[in-house]
Design a protein around this ligand. Structure first.
Ligand code: ADP
Ligand code: MG
Length: 459
């Protein structure tokens, strides 16, 4: 159903229901008013009946009739007029009621609408009721607008209440209908929030109202497209990273095969030379120096090989990442001229880390340690690997050095950018920030990456 149609039908239904209720109320009220008028007329007839009996009836009944007249006058059923009855001595036998407005509402009403007050024109009279036994009464009728005033006031208050009820019910109906029509905005908002966090796996269910459903459909389509694009980019990144690794492995192989053989041959030649030049001390020194250079060269090549291929090639399943990292950290620790303290805390089960991810973690650590040694001027560098409660792998390297000098430092070289790319390709999240307050002189740097649990991680 369209939203506009839903709103209109609900509002029309509520309006009609309230109008019917108002109509029923007005009908009941009209009936009540007619009956009251009739009763008022009846009382006037009774009034005259008693007046007639006082003038012409037996003397013993006079007091009873006067009492009856007092009741008629006082109980309020007599409408529009009231009676003032005095005897020959001028004693008031039936006193007129007080017609001044009593309650605050009536007083306010009388003040707002002064035209409602009595016209202050009295009907003809007084009449003298002359009995045969010489007793005499004087009856005066005066106009009494109070009952009509009260009726007008009742009608006005009733109308106001109906209007108030109508307004309140309509407001409630509008509120309720709007709430229902706008309710699907909440899942839409939630979905947008998840897409903002790169979570494109979420899909919206069919939504009520054609307009909302169209928006939901468009969002689902958008998410599917973005998710596809993200998959493609991730696959490309992974491919890039793995071809980089292959290239490293190839270089390492060639270094090993070509340089290794040549080096071995050189060392054999130097050994022969040193044997042959034993007699010549000056030549012997040169040959010993040459042997030292060969040895150093060999060590440098081995170091390069180790950095290029941490485990002599791509890392197979079940490789002890812990040992690789321990060796890496140790190699920085053993480096001559070291100033910082390097430490490793490894709290991961090796089997939880796939070969690819293990290699990625190794490369991340390698780059972070190189950066710390090259840029940080730190006194403490810590590497940590932890398993989060949800099974995710948390990697962190932090140093207490000078920290990144500016936000754009992170984009200056290829190292940090490459780390970001690698983490992203493995479906992880990475963040970099200062250890201490960013205003401190030596803020330090903490780089943290988080990879989802292996079974849910991106393949
Ligand atoms: N641990 C660190 N402490 C201080 N500054 C760092 C640290 N790591 C990186 N940086 C800064 O970030 C820049 C970019 O680093 P990177 O991308 O690895 O490139 P490169 O190491 O080749 O300069 C560095 O030039 C350096 O200024
Ligand atoms: Mg670097």
């Amino acid at each position: 159903m369209r939203m506009s149609r839903y709103l209109i039908t609900r509002l029309v239904a509520v309006s009609a229901a309230i109008l019917f209720a108002g109509l029923a109320l007005a009908l009941w009220r009209a009936q009540y008013d007619v009956q009251r008028e009739e009763r008022g007329a009846l009382e006037i007839v009774r009034l005259f009946e008693h007046l007639y009996a006082i003038e012409n009836g037996p003397a013993v009944d006079v007091d009873a009739h006067v009492e009856a007249l007092r009741r008629i006058n006082d109980d309020g059923r007599l409408r529009h007029i009231q009676l003032d009855l005095r005897d020959a001595a001028g004693t008031l036998r039936v006193a007129p009621r007080d017609t001044e407005p009593s309650g605050w509402l009536e007083r306010a009403f009388a003040a707002i609408a002064p035209g409602m007050r009595s016209v202050r024109v009295d009907p003809p009279g007084p009449w003298t009721l002359q009995r045969d036994d010489d007793a005499r009464f004087v009856a005066t009728l005066s106009l009494d607008p109070s009952s009509e005033q009260r009726e007008a006031l009742d009608n006005l208050v009733g109308m106001l209440l109906v209007l108030l009820g109508y307004g309140a019910a309509l407001l409630l109906a509008v509120y309720w209908a709007l709430r229902r029509t706008l309710a699907p905005l909440q899942p839409i908002q939630q979905a947008i929030g998840r897409y903002e966090r790169d979570d494109f796996g979420h899909r919206l269910p069919p939504l009520p109202f054609a307009e909302m459903d169209r928006i939901g459909g468009a969002l689902n389509h958008l998410a599917a497209t973005l998710s596809g694009a993200q998959e493609t980019r991730r696959a490309l990144s992974l491919k890039l990273v793995s071809s980089q690794e292959e290239e490293r492995a190839r270089i390492a192989r060639e270094l090993h095969d070509e340089l290794g053989q040549t080096l071995t041959a050189m060392r054999a030649d130097v050994a022969w030379l040193s044997h042959r030049t034993r007699a010549d001390a000056a030549l012997g020194d040169v040959v010993t120096g040459l042997a030292g250079h060969c040895e150093a060269f060999h060590l440098q090549v081995r170091d390069m090989l180790r950095r290029l291929r941490p485990q002599g090639g791509a890392m197979p399943e079940g490789v002890p990442l812990k040992k690789l990292l321990a060796d890496l950290v140790q190699s920085w620790h053993d480096r001559p001229g070291r100033r910082a303290e390097y430490s490793l805390r490894y709290a991961l089960d090796d089997r939880a880390v796939s070969g690819d991810l293990a290699l990625a973690l190794y490369r991340l650590t390698q780059e972070a340690l190189t950066n710390a040694a090259r840029h940080a001027d730190a006194s403490r560098v810590a590497v940590r690997l932890d398993a989060a409660a949800d099974g995710a792998i948390e990697w962190c390297v932090e140093d207490d050095g000078i920290g990144l000098d500016s936000a754009e430092a992170a984009h200056r070289g290829h190292g940090l950018a490459g780390m970001r790319e690698r983490v992203w390709a493995h479906g992880g999240e990475i963040e970099m920030g200062p250890l201490a307050s960013s205003r401190a002189e030596r803020a330090g740097l903490r780089i943290r990456a988080r990879f989802r649990a292996p079974e849910t991680a991106h393949a």
